[in-house]
Design a protein around this ligand. Structure first.
Ligand SMILES: [Zn+2]
Length: 302
């Protein structure tokens, strides 16, 4: 359940239920606190998006903007700035289906909000700041036709087409994504009953514990979750023993990982340790976190 505090990209062939999995995420996150409910309700209220008999939002929002969305629609804008999708997703989930179809620029504008948990829209005379603290979940097919690696359908793409498709999300964007999850081509019913039989209630309890550990670490600054640990904080909270250091160094060398990917692995390992209630990072946490960088391996292998 490390996914719920990090940026996740799901890769799977057509029909693997990536969207349905993403839609379930808000129900696994801890319930909205009163303060979070008020913050998110205020945004919906300002935009006239509340149902007539709905005084407060009681569930975490799930926003799946289409890939044709404008920058203003995504982050907010207009002559009198109004909030965009990322603020409607505040305290909830922003889902970008078919990530490679999104225009690079509309992904670039997510950078500041992802780092700060808010977005500032500057105008000549003043600037407006909206809250935008969301979990980013994206999905993509393994190739343009969607069937690469699917035993039941033949892929119609040639290697240059696949390369072009993958290159749309490579580099800096990919570096910013913590987790690459390959969604297997199995029926959704099988997937939704988690592999180890973990129920939603158990997952929610684990996520709650991980978030509590993070709050204790960062004090009142609740927006500072593990996915935003600074380099200095990484050294403080993600210290590795000799075995862990060797493991990570070997992975870096063999997979050709960037310095950014190195830091991502540490942040994810920290969350895995939090989910287990472990105070110190152990080699097993690092190992699991390395496993979530599958796309780095694929891109590098090409
Ligand atoms: Zn294909």
């Amino acid at each position: 359940m490390v996914i719920l505090v990090h940026i996740m990209l799901m890769i799977g062939t057509l029909g693997t239920g990536k969207t349905m999995l993403a839609q379930r995420l808000p129900t696994i996150l801890p319930p909205l606190t009163a303060a979070e409910s008020l913050e998110t309700t205020r945004i919906y209220s300002a935009m006239g998006r509340l149902e007539p008999n709905q005084p407060l939002l009681s569930t975490r929002p799930f926003r799946p903007p289409h890939h044709t969305i404008s920058d203003a629609g995504m982050v907010g804008g207009g002559s009198t700035p109004s909030p965009g999708e990322i603020s409607l997703a505040h305290n909830g989930v922003l889902f970008l289906d078919e990530l490679p179809e999104f225009n690079r620029k509309s992904l670039e504008v997510l950078r500041q909000p992802l780092e700060e948990g808010r977005v500032t829209i500057s105008r000549a005379l003043n600037s407006t700041t909206f809250p935008a603290n969301f979990v980013l979940v994206a999905s993509m097919n393994p190739c343009p036709c969607g069937y690469l690696g699917d035993a039941r359908h033949a892929c119609k793409c040639n290697p240059p087409q696949i390369e072009r498709y993958m290159s749309r999300i490579s580099g800096p964007l990919l570096d910013r994504i913590d987790l690459h999850i390959e969604v297997p081509a199995v029926p959704f019913q099988e997937l939704s009953a988690a592999a180890d039989g973990t129920s939603s209630a158990v997952m929610r309890a684990q996520v709650h514990r991980a978030r509590q550990a993070q709050r204790a670490r960062f004090g009142a600054d609740n927006h500072r979750l593990n996915n935003r640990l600074t380099t200095r904080q990484l050294r403080k909270y993600c210290a590795l023993d000799a075995e862990g250091r060797t493991l990570l160094q070997t992975a870096m060398d063999e997979l050709g990982l960037s310095a950014r990917a190195h830091d991502r692995i540490l942040r994810v390992a920290r969350t895995i340790a939090d989910l287990e209630g472990a105070a110190h990072l152990q080699p097993a946490h690092v190992m699991e976190a390395i496993g979530y960088r599958s796309l780095d391996r694929k891109l590098w292998a090409r």
